[in-house]
Write a protein that binds this ligand. Structure first.
Ligand code: PMP
Length: 364
């Protein structure tokens, strides 16, 4: 038996065993070609079929309407922080951003290189532990777009309304890097959705962009070709050589998701996992604490801490000894964080909860 940790990494994160085993089995000889998928032309028939399957399966999983392009690009979430203004300002000079944490903040900083950014709402006043009331967001009617990060990976704050986001009359752009495919969304309410792959899609080095066609065609004149949505859409996202290995693995993850019952089934599973873990935190009489407002707690990234840094460290050490891995919180906020993406089973969460209870009893 291969040793597999119960892996709570925030990303690059655990992938389903079934996916990794299939990739392993096909590594040297993909579909009878005598070569691995990494070793063949991206324009050959065999890889083109892989690309089309990945796109079709994703379109089905997220019910992506026909007037949206799917692009598999490179440059990750941070690359998109630049790509978004460079593609979506469309000759405009203003964009509005909601600031709910580290990733929103980085997006704002990057966008300020290209346009005048106004922060429509910010949760910085309470250390990014909540989503500001939508009724108070101040969005300019002449902003080229409104940008939100619907799941803040570090702070563990998730916007609860992804299936019916607010409409301010300007295109809504969302960074869904850390919760895409974990819950149902209504793509038609967004102008653009993007997500780095390394949490719920596949390996790092791949970023997914879903963009409404009418927003294409007016890139910034200095927009680099490889992140130019219009050019990439025209070229079937192969203006440059794509991350073929990443697309292949993403395709396997999409097939795995379909076999699990799709996004709605995954959402149920994720609700159950999150309830189990937050339940254990809340039932601990403040032995474990999660700083995030209950309504805005992320189902994917669960930050928590104990009473002191020393206890956090002891907890981590004991967890590692049991194969409960990568629970250290992000260096920006400290403490602990359990990332429980799609590939994390309920048994994995139960193992963490059992350890949390035992650890608490030992320190009672
Ligand atoms: N946005 C979010 C929500 C993220 O979690 C991350 C990375 N963890 C990024 C953007 C940046 O992604 P990358 O490092 O792939 O550029």
């Amino acid at each position: 038996m291969v040793h597999r940790a119960i892996n709570f990494s925030a990303g690059p994160a655990a992938l389903p065993d079934e996916v990794l085993k299939q990739a392993q089995a096909e590594l040297l000889d993909f579909r009878g070609t005598g070569m691995g998928v990494m070793e063949m032309s991206h324009r050959g028939e065999v890889f083109m079929a892989v690309a089309a399957e990945a796109e079709n399966d994703l379109r089905e999983l997220l019910a992506i309407p026909a007037n949206y392009k799917i692009l598999f690009l490179q440059g990750g979430g941070i690359g998109e922080f630049a790509a978004v203004p460079l593609n979506l300002l469309r000759g405009g000079a203003k964009a509005d951003y909601v600031n709910t944490g580290t990733w929103s903040t980085k997006g704002i900083t990057e966008a300020r290189k290209y346009c005048e950014v106004r922060v429509a709402a910010s949760a910085e006043d309470r250390h990014f532990t909540y989503v500001p009331d939508v009724a108070a967001w101040q969005v300019r009617s002449d902003a080229a777009y409104l940008h939100i990060c619907t799941n803040e990976t570090i702070h563990g704050v998730e916007m609860p309304f992804t299936a019916a986001p607010p409409d301010f009359g300007v295109p809504l752009v969302s960074d869904m890097s850390s919760h895409i495919l974990s819950r149902t969304i209504d793509v038609s309410r967004y102008g653009c959705i993007y997500a780095g792959a390394q949490k719920n899609i596949g390996p790092s080095g791949l970023v997914l962009v879903i963009v409404r066609e009418d927003l294409l065609g007016k890139p910034h004149p200095h927009c680099p070709s490889f992140i130019d949505y219009s050019l990439q859409a025209k070229n079937g996202w192969m203006f440059n050589t794509p991350n073929t290995w990443g697309v292949y693995l993403a395709g396997l993850v999409f097939k795995w998701l379909k076999a699990q019952g799709g996004v709605a089934a995954m959402e149920k599973h994720n609700i159950a996992k999150a309830a189990l873990l937050y339940g254990a935190i809340d039932a601990s009489g403040s032995f474990y604490q999660c700083p995030v407002a209950r309504a805005d707690r992320s189902r994917m990234n669960v930050p928590f801490r104990l009473g002191s840094d020393a206890l956090d460290a002891e907890f981590l050490q004991g967890a590692e000894a049991l194969g409960l891995s990568q629970l250290r919180g992000h260096r920006a906020v400290g403490g602990l964080r359990a990332s429980i993406y799609n590939a994390m089973s309920i048994d994995g969460v139960a193992a963490l909860v059992n350890y949390m209870q035992a650890f608490r009893q030992r320190h009672a």
